[in-house]
Design a protein. Structure first.
Length: 562
């Protein structure tokens, strides 16, 4: 894969540059992307994917894909499969380096035995609630468990019996013995292993004790000889704990580097919140096109290259910030404008009859497939006596700056002729049909006498039109920060108009030849893609994004002001 844009020398790359200059890690660069298989990936994960895989590619190194599957109560095989598909869809390849935390369960347990033998871990009988109470607060030290000084041999015996399945869930845990007065709460004797009688998606029922994430994560990096363990900023406070584990065990020590995660306006980026939206039926599954999940963005019509470009252009920082969703849409338009074939389609059809055009005649006009790509060529578009246009392209009594079709008004029909409206036919007060005439001397869309018109409209031949269902999507929430509104449940801020379905659309015949997930532009209407719900009887289209680029407009205004 080739990256779309040259990555700036952010602080992570500066660290790696210095490591390579000094010979640290022997000049190796080996990263990893470590998702937990407890949900679907979203665009925030895409940022991490692009950083880890992108840096490995840039430095001629390697990047592993590793599933941190330490909690079988929340993890499922469906998530594993979706994550693999999403990363491949983004265009990245881990070659033969697909790993699971569960691949290392034996080694992680041996490490736990080693820590216990050293007197640096102990078996605790307190409940989860008691352990939490004993931890103290940010301003008060914790209280040591009365089991903290249990003899080493007793700890080893209980640990082995935990592994053998002699106890029930929650009866015992293995805790690291560090410092209950440590200012970092993560260092106050954290739990290392807990009893959990649950079937694991990868190991089945082999284990009834499972390592905690904090125990497994840094050790997995060590086992895989990762050089640069690149994490999001919330793991910064966990780094001293990872370092303590590695130092106590005397094993290889990767270098952890934290960056600020991606926040995006008008959406939520928490897997727990996204799961809530899915399970409560506020959206139609993880691939709902309104969600920021990669599978949802794919279904909506986002391209992998647009997402990679976005992740590259927002950069890497150490300070949390929120990116305007309009910038994501700008990156998307920038990509789709170059790559999407053009078609004509009518979402709200209004019948138009050309009275002076022969009833049985059909012409074909050459239409440009993509003005940004001359190699895309042209296509034939049928034209006949009866057409469909957009209802919004006609007004009986237009205001001053309305330049589209109106009684007595002449406009250009894209690729075809100049058309003049003569009459509007109504039923129950609503315009249902237009009667027009064509100037046959304007074939191809230009007048031989040089006269100009102020508007060009798109159209579809009624005889050749393909029926389609169009699903129009808007932002999922009504406010930029749905989790930041005081005294409001984020689900109450869902945009009731975030989804609209139009079932009487008319599109030019070439659209029916497209395959699910194919992206294209309806001229004047925006970018669309073919939804996988499409069947031979029902063509379903998703609107990806409109043509109007507010971000580009803002940037242009700011540039003019400078």
């Amino acid at each position: 894969m080739t990256t779309e844009e040259k990555a700036p020398r952010d602080f992570i790359r500066q660290i790696i540059d210095e490591d390579n200059r000094t010979g640290k890690h022997g000049g190796r660069v080996h990263t990893r992307f470590p998702p937990e298989p407890n949900g679907f990936l979203h665009i925030g994960h895409a940022k991490s994917i692009c950083i880890n895989f992108g840096i490995a590619e840039e430095y001629g190194g390697k990047c592993n894909l590793r599933f941190d599957d330490t909690n079988p109560a929340k993890e499922e095989e469906i998530y594993v499969k979706s994550i693999i598909e999403d990363i491949k869809w983004l265009g990245f390849d881990w070659e033969d380096r697909l790993y699971f935390a569960s691949d290392y369960f034996d080694q992680l347990y041996d490490y736990a035995v080693q820590l216990t033998k050293k007197g640096s871990a102990y078996i605790d009988e307190m409940s989860a609630e008691e352990i939490s109470q004993y931890r103290g607060t940010l301003t008060t030290p914790g209280i040591e468990s009365k089991y903290r000084n249990r003899p080493v041999e007793e700890n080893l015996d209980l640990l082995e019996r935990m592994k053998a399945g002699e106890f029930g869930d929650g009866e015992y845990v293995l805790r690291a013995k560090i410092d209950m007065a440590h200012p970092n709460m993560n260092m106050r004797d954290p739990v290392v292993y807990r009893i959990l009688h649950a079937t694991h998606h990868n190991t089945g029922d082999k284990w009834c004790i499972y390592p905690l994430y904090d125990w497994a994560h840094g050790l997995e990096d060590s086992i895989e000889n990762i050089t640069h363990s690149i994490c999001s900023l919330e793991f910064e406070d966990h780094r001293p704990l990872y370092d303590w584990f590695l130092d106590e065990l005397g094993v290889y020590h990767p270098q952890q580097i934290e960056f600020a995660r991606l926040n995006l306006t008008y959406t939520v980026m928490s897997k727990r919140k996204l799961l809530e939206l899915v399970e409560d039926g506020h959206v139609n599954g993880w691939d709902d096109p309104r969600l920021p999940t990669l599978t949802g963005l794919k279904r909506r019509g986002y391209s992998p290259s647009a997402i990679r470009s976005f992740c590259g252009r927002i950069g890497v920082a150490k300070v949390h910030s929120t990116v305007d969703i309009e910038f994501l849409e700008h990156c998307l338009r920038d990509d789709l404008n170059k790559t999407s074939p053009r078609f004509m389609g009518v979402l709200h059809p209004l019948k138009l009859v050309i009275e002076n055009y022969p009833e049985d005649e059909v012409e074909e006009f050459d239409a440009i497939n993509n003005p940004e790509d001359p190699s895309a060529g042209t296509r034939k578009v049928p034209f006949s006596r009866v057409l469909y246009i957009e209802k919004d392209d006609f007004m009986e009594d237009p205001p001053k700056k309305f330049y589209r079709l109106a009684p007595g008004r002449e406009v250009r029909f894209r690729y075809a002729y100049f058309i003049t409206c003569k009459e509007a036919i109504k039923e129950d007060g609503e315009v249902t049909e237009l009667r027009c005439i064509v100037d046959l001397d304007t074939k191809g869309g230009d007048a031989p006498d040089g006269r100009k018109v102020k508007s060009t409209l798109h159209w579809v031949s009624a005889e050749h039109a393909v029926d389609a269902e169009a699903r129009l999507y808007d932002r999922l929430f009504t406010v930029p920060n749905p989790l930041g509104e005081k005294d409001a449940d984020f689900k109450d801020l869902i945009n009731p108009d975030s989804s609209e379905v139009l079932r009487s659309c008319k599109v030019e015949p070439g659209v029916k030849d497209l395959k699910p997930f194919d992206r294209f532009q309806f001229e004047r209407l925006g970018y669309f893609c073919v939804d996988p719900d499409t069947t031979s009887e029902n063509l379903v289209l998703n609107r990806t994004v409109g043509l109007r680029d507010e971000w580009a407009k803002i940037q242009k205004q700011q540039k003019a002001q400078r």
